[in-house]
Structure formats: C-alpha cells, structure tokens
Design a protein. Sequence first.
Lengths: 421, 421
Amino acid sequence: MLSVPADNQDHGANRPLPRDAALRGRAEQVIPGGMWGHMSAKRLPPAFPQFFRAAQGTRLTDVDGNTYVDFMCAYGPMILGYNDPDVEAAAAAQQAIMSIANGPGEAMIELAELMVETIPAADWAIFGKNGTDATTACVSIARAATGKRKILVATGAYHGAAPWCTPWPGGVVAEDRAHIVNYTYNDVTSLEAAVVDAGKDLAGIIVSAFRHDARTDQEMPTREFAQAARSLADRSHAALIVDDVRAGFRLDLGGSWEPMGVAADLSAWSKALGNGHPIAAVTGKDWLRDGAQSVYLTGSFWCAAAPMAAATTTLKKLHELDAVVQMVRMGQRLRDGVAEQAKALNVGLRQTGPVQMPLMLFDDDADLEKASLFTTTALRHGVYLHPWHNMFLSAAHSEEDIDRALEATQLGLKAVAAATT
Amino acid sequence: MLSVPADNQDHGANRPLPRDAALRGRAEQVIPGGMWGHMSAKRLPPAFPQFFRAAQGTRLTDVDGNTYVDFMCAYGPMILGYNDPDVEAAAAAQQAIMSIANGPGEAMIELAELMVETIPAADWAIFGKNGTDATTACVSIARAATGKRKILVATGAYHGAAPWCTPWPGGVVAEDRAHIVNYTYNDVTSLEAAVVDAGKDLAGIIVSAFRHDARTDQEMPTREFAQAARSLADRSHAALIVDDVRAGFRLDLGGSWEPMGVAADLSAWSKALGNGHPIAAVTGKDWLRDGAQSVYLTGSFWCAAAPMAAATTTLKKLHELDAVVQMVRMGQRLRDGVAEQAKALNVGLRQTGPVQMPLMLFDDDADLEKASLFTTTALRHGVYLHPWHNMFLSAAHSEEDIDRALEATQLGLKAVAAATT
C-alpha cells in the first residue's frame, strides 16, 4: 500500500487553480461532463489543469498562470515547438491569400509531392483532417481495392474514435466490428491465426507504428513480426496498413517501419504533420490508386491550403534540423537521467518505447497511485508529464528543458520512494 | 437534342487554362485521380478550373488569373466573405497566443456558451472538425442514450462520407448499413412506415435541414413532415437529429427547423460555423448529455482554440449584420432576375430551395448539357455557378455582385435558348 505523506494526501487536489476551477464550472453547464475526449482532465490526477491560455516553444501556461515545460506536445501535434515562427509564417501567408475555395491550391500538390519524396512507401497522398479520417480511409481503401472485407486489428490498439475502432463501447453496434479480427501485437502466431480466421476475405492488416497502448509497457515491433505482417499480407493479396498517426515523423521521416525495411501499402498520418495545424493524410502504393478513387473521401475543409502550407514547412524543417536525431538525443538524456534517479532511490520504474515517445510506469502500481504522485509532484515543479499515456519529445526540447525535467522527476521519484517506505 | 453552337461545342474544353492544366498533370502523379472528393473538377464541365490561387470577399481567382464572382462559397464554409478581416484577426490573435495545447482554452467555453445562447434547442455543445464527425457523433449519441440501434435516413440524403452514410459504395460493407432504415423526405407516410419497421429498436431519425440532394429539385420541409418527425421521435423515445451541416446559419441562426417551431434533440453543424476555419459541432438537449459522455468523441485538433475564436467571431458578426436577412435579400434579387430572364427567353428553368442556397436545373436536361452550357458561359463571363449542386450566398454578396451575376446568367440562358431552338 502507498502511504502518502500528509501534504500530498490529495495528490494535489487542493492545489490552488481558481481560474481553472471557475472555467470547469462554466464548461460543465454547456459541454457534457465539462469536456469530451482524450483531453478531459477528469482522466488525470486532480492537480492537472483542464484549461490553458498560452503555448510557446516547449512551454505551456495554464489559465492560472502556471508555466510548464511540456512533455505531451498537445498529445503529439507539436513537434517543432508551439507557435513555431516558420510554420506560422507559412500558414499565415497562405491564409492571407487563400485557404478555402471551390478547389485546392497549389499547396496541396506541393505537400503531396514532398510526402511522396520523403516516404519511400508512398506513391501518392490524400489529405483529411483527423487521424480517424486517415485510418478509416485506409480500411475503406483496402476493402475497395481488394473486394474483401476482413481487417486485422491488434487487441487494445488505438486507431481512432470511429465506431469500427473506438476504445469505448458507447454508441457502437455489433455490426461495426463484424469484419474486425483481432491479433496480439508482436505475436506472429496470433497474427497467423487471425489470417487463417479471415480466410479468403482478408482485406488488410492494420498495425500501429509500435505498441503504444495506454497504461501498458510500450513495445517496438520485432523485425520478425514486421516481416511476418508484410509476407502474410502479400500472400493474401491484402493491404498492410501502418497507422503512423501518433508516431509519424518522430521515429523516421520516411515512416516508422521504414528502418526495418518493411514497406506499408497504406499509411495513416496526422498529429505532427502540420505542427498543430489540422491535417491528416493517407499515403499508399500504386496498386491502391484505383481503390482510393472508388472511395468517397471528403470533408468541407480537406482542401484548405493554410494547413497544407504549414505541413510542407514542418516537413522541410524536420529534414533541415535532423529533427529525429535531435529528439532521440534529448529523449535519451531524459531516459538515462530518470533511470539513474530511480536506481539510486531504489524505485521500480519501467521506461518503455522509443526515447522520443517515452512511457514511464511504476512497478506494483495497478491503481496508478505512484504515477499520480510522481506526475503531480513534477507538475508542482513546473514540468508536465503524463501518468499513463506515452509522452512526446519535440525538436524544440533543449538540454535545459531536459535538465529542468530531471529536477522535477528527482522530486517526484523521492516522493514515491518516501510514500512506499 | 441540344444543338450546341460551334464555338461552344466542347462546353469550354478548350478554354485556355494552361496553368491549371499543368497543375492537373502534376497532381495526377501524386494524388489518385488528381483530386479526391467533392471538389474534383472532373465532376464539372471541362471549362471549370481545378486549382485556385486567391480568395477575397466574394471573389475567387483561379491559378490562371481569372477572377470570378463566386456563388459556391467553398461549398458553404464562406458565409461572411473570404478572408473576412474580423474573423481572421480573431483567429490570428488566438493562434499567436495558443491554438493547440494539452487541453482547450477558454475559447471553447465561449463558443459553447454562444451556441447555447443562439440555438434554442441547444443545451450543450461538443466540437469536432468535419461535418461527418458531427453527423456520426449524433448517430452514436442517439444510440448510446437510447440503448437502441435503428437510425432513419432519407433516401438520397447526404450526411457525410463515413461508411454508414457515404453516397458511394466503394469500401462499404453491408454491415455498415445494418441498422439504417430509409424513408422519403417530406413523405409522412413513408416516415411512419420506417418507424414501424424500426419497431422498438428506433434510436434516431436524421433529417437534412431541407431536401438538398444534388441533381434534384430542392424542397423545404413541410410543417406537417417536421411535426410528424418530432412526434414520431417522441413516441418512440428516439432522438430527432437535424443535420444542419450544409444549411446551418444560412436559414436561421437558431437552427433551420427553429422557424417551424420544431426543436431538434441533436443538431450537426460545420461548414459556415467558422467562416472557413475548420470546425464542426454537435448541439443537443439535456436528456442526451449522459449519452454524449458515454461516446468516445475525440480528435487530435478538436480543441484547437483558433478555429473556435474564428467561430465565435463569425456567429457574433452574423448576428450583428442580420446576415440571414441580407442573404435572403440578395438571393431573392438573383432568383427574381434569373426567373425574368428565363421567362423572356422561354427557357424552362427550375429554381428551387431557399433563395440563399439556390439550385438551378433546366427542364428536359437529364444529361445536364444545358446546365453545362449555362454555367460554362457564366464562368467565361466571370461568374462561378454550379451546374447541379445547390449554390450558396453569403453576407458579403452585394447588389453589384448579383447584378454581375445577372449579366452572366443572361448570356448563359441565351446560349441555352440558342442551342435548343
């Protein structure tokens, strides 16, 4: 059992955030539950703010004026720093001339060309607004191109909030999952069994870039698993779909499975693509062009030029900065520092997944009380960490940011150590 | 048969748009079919440009430098004029401080409060990015709140591009429509029959604001139909869902069914809400709050503050300008003028739907050749009309714009008259 010191008894519930509390009260009146979706602070320890008022570089400021070094990056979209001057200049310049119209601007072609150039498995691109737009389009394109129906999905994997994939049962009918077959990530035997189960009706296999399920140690895909997914898809004339919505452009600019030499037939992109500007993309191989054309993929803002200009600038800057190397360097500094602290304090802490998308979970912490105490303590000391979701580094994170984080993690780990002894 | 004059034989296929043609060639390489979705110019007569380079007020400029008075408003999102200075100032000011973060800003509450204040049937609001996000959320919320499954949808109605509602069969499996029951818009008997068919499993009835199916004369809902939809939903403890994505804020700021005194349980909004900034919303009645909370509705950019600031400014400005009255006045001027021209030329033309969202279809024109000749002629004279989709007026359209349009329609109607005699 966790013995929480007196001043931390409430895990920060009494941390004074009067403006945040007032806004929560107002929000409760006009929004069901005060907030919907993955950004609801009700899913976090009580000390976490719900509302923010400023975001610059790696710093977030809540509505009560507390500023944090942020390690969530808006759950992924921020990859160059909030309000990156180059991205904002490109978006604003395009917006001033034209964003929406009765058709796209040249910005759409420039972005598609850059993605095809950057991503070896991409022969073409289509754009949308949400990660869910992209993953759902991949499923529909795979079905249209193959004339088959079954889609293999890893148990517990998050691929968006549409009825076929949402993690919550509310509003879902059984038929939404009629042709979904589950397998276990990184388990070749289970994938093979799912392929057998799907039989001649296999349209596609969808895989996350790596196993990044919340509240679970992260796992990189094994080369054996990735190659099996590729060859099983080939043998069934099905599409291998890599869901790179969350991880895209943080592991490899060419796609997260590219370093393993495994080419996706279809890839879904979103979050980091426009450094926060709303955009999603599907890229695919030539054999799926006709399938893509036969699916009605559309939305009122899907051709908006300003987010495309933002995305083009984001991708170019990621190349120029060698951003992945930079994020790995800072992520490794954080991981090594925290590991050393935990070891010295004899706290059982598991840091998993790629260092630039770290997850920290404590041993013997099924109720996440240690995680809550750890992240609440860090929050009080100006560092925003997440208790059970993977975090995100960006190319804007500096050594100073990491060192600030390490001061906070040291205090957080000490609090956990004190509470467990 | 239509006898097209020699210089119009190709309906404008040879109209010189060299830059557009070059961009189409580039796009074809990196985008399946060169363009996806509702903005593909391949669905339009050949003289229509695919790519645009500027949008200001009511004027669109294509990549070859031709400027048009626009009557499509980007298929609806533009309602105050492209690049409206007040909306852009609000969005830019918010963007400079914060748009995305690890949670929303106060802008979300302000917008939700304004929508609840503006829309009598709204007790709460939730925001997304696409019209399809909003309609799909309405269906899921109705199912979650009622614990039932059947959704009644009018045959031929467009409610978005998700598998449950997309107008194209590509990528759709039969189970996606397992609990969809069709009825005929404005036909009380067919609606009653669909309710009987759904039996005790009726979760919701979705209706478009008015019948605005493409290529079909538009119809306003009859009061009898609207009241029947309301009472049938009540009797079955089901949700009445008004899809106001396309029509929202053009018929009545309080909701398109509000003037008939029929309150929606759930309404879907998007297009015009942010004057082009990407945003969608669901509003609903109190009894659906719990249902809304039980559905996992989320997306990476759904809390972005800049489009919310844009939407708040748009709604306020629509109020201040008495925008609906202004759009009706201009729409009526266009309708009356075109009707007079058609009558004088003895051309059978049907103008249907609300004057601010007009559709013009010719008699004896199943292959849309007259529509093509009419709109192509107008396009050559600097006015962008649509041959088979409803058009959109905005609060920025002036008497001068309408008079410019009437010069072009006169020429278009003359061409049709000449070709048919």
